[in-house]
Design a protein around this ligand. Structure first.
Ligand code: TXA
Ligand code: MG
Length: 346
């Protein structure tokens, strides 16, 4: 879509005056049930008043989101989180004190004030206090929590800049607050605290080992995204976080083995876009080659932008070098595995 034909206004937030003005306009829209895209430290969110069921229903429409996929509620204090849940166990207190504000979502029994549309009819709610000045200022000014999934069409790539949101949803919402590129770059860890032991539903940069260390006990690991297995969480659709292009995740030792993979898949290098975190090939000529950082945090920060860039270049095939097989990289491996699944199964 042509960015300038879209109707969303993009408001900068780089000075205190601009921030105050942007927050004022966003609050006015959210109060009357409109949607506003806002930056968080992980990815941009498509926000609505979490207590307004009609506004939340619009999120499902705009994203084309399956109605059985619950939405995370964003708060700006532990007190506000406690108001959204029916129980606040000791485990929640320990984790909130250790990791909030930050990229950890806690699934807990929902309070009555949270409409069923937010929780997809379920009796639990995911709550998170994000670590970004724009959404924190916004929630405080609103005085109500914000329901916000990632600001993208369902199953597609999440947005890590205001421009990504503009391109994907710009014709469907009135306002995007521009807080610059998201400093974390991949979605929060989702932890279910309603089961024993607590279970990671979606891996993120806060690892299971860090959570276990705070709780002083083991937590159940995430179920890997595999074909043909039942879904444990409504949101764990197999194809997800996916660019428009077909995506392959490959491991290779040298350019000869890379060429073998291309031949096996019947692909011409010249029509493939390559993303690697190691030394790029020098003999095989790809349509484009992007070299991402070797540090996992730096890699996470730029991964979605790299995939968006391939889509914008009209790529039909993206080849991503497999990430290291190391627990630190599990969230990246999870996102790439889901992005490489071809069929939507929800
Ligand atoms: O970092 C993030 O979490 C971003 C930013 C905007 O906060 N949000 C985000 O939202 O990624 P979304 O809707 O794209 O992904 C939320 C995930 C989904 O997999 C959903 O199923 C799961 O969290 N989830 C939310 N509430 C849940 C609940 N009550 N029980 C189980 N899973 C839940
Ligand atoms: Mg999402």
């Amino acid at each position: 879509m042509d960015a300038d034909r879209s109707k969303a206004k993009v408001m900068p937030t780089d000075t205190p005056e601009l921030m105050a003005q942007a927050v004022r306009e966003a609050v006015a829209l959210l109060r009357v049930g409109e949607l506003v895209a806002v930056p968080t430290e992980t990815v941009y969110g498509l926000a609505a008043n979490a207590l307004d069921h009609r506004a939340v229903a619009r999120i499902f429409q705009v994203k084309n989101r399956p109605s059985r996929n619950p939405i995370i509620v964003h708060v700006a204090s532990i007190r506000m989180a406690q108001e959204c849940v029916a129980e606040w166990p000791k485990t929640a207190d320990l984790l909130a004190n250790a990791f909030w504000p930050g990229p950890l979502t806690l699934v807990l029994p929902k309070a009555k004030c949270i409409p069923e549309v937010v929780t997809a009819g379920g009796d639990t709610v995911g709550v998170r206090w994000p670590d970004h000045p724009v959404i924190n200022a916004l929630i405080k000014a609103c005085g109500f929590p914000l329901a916000a999934p990632s600001a993208n069409v369902s199953s597609q790539l999440s947005a890590t800049t205001a421009q990504h949101v503009q391109r994907c949803l710009g014709d469907k919402l009135p306002l995007i607050l521009d807080g610059g590129p998201c400093p974390i770059g991949i979605e929060s860890t989702v932890l279910d605290l309603t089961c024993d032991p607590p279970r990671v539903l979606r891996p993120g940069l806060i690892h299971e080992s860090a959570i276990s260390a705070v709780l002083g006990r083991a937590v159940a690991p995430v179920q890997a995204a595999k074909h043909g297995e039942p879904l444990r969480s409504p949101g764990l659709m197999l194809r997800h976080y996916a660019p428009r292009a077909r995506l392959f995740v490959w491991q290779w030792d040298d350019e000869t083995t890379l060429q073998v993979l291309l031949t096996e898949h019947n692909l011409a290098a010249a029509s493939c876009h390559l993303i690697t975190h190691l030394r790029p090939p020098t003999q095989i000529k790809f349509a484009s080659v992007m070299v991402l950082p070797r540090d996992v945090r730096a890699y996470a920060r730029v991964l979605y932008a790299a995939l968006h860039e391939c889509d914008e270049a009209g790529a039909s095939v993206i080849i991503v070098r497999a990430p290291p097989e190391n627990p630190e990289w599990s969230a990246i491996a999870d996102r790439l595995a889901r992005a490489s699944v071809r069929e939507v199964r929800s």
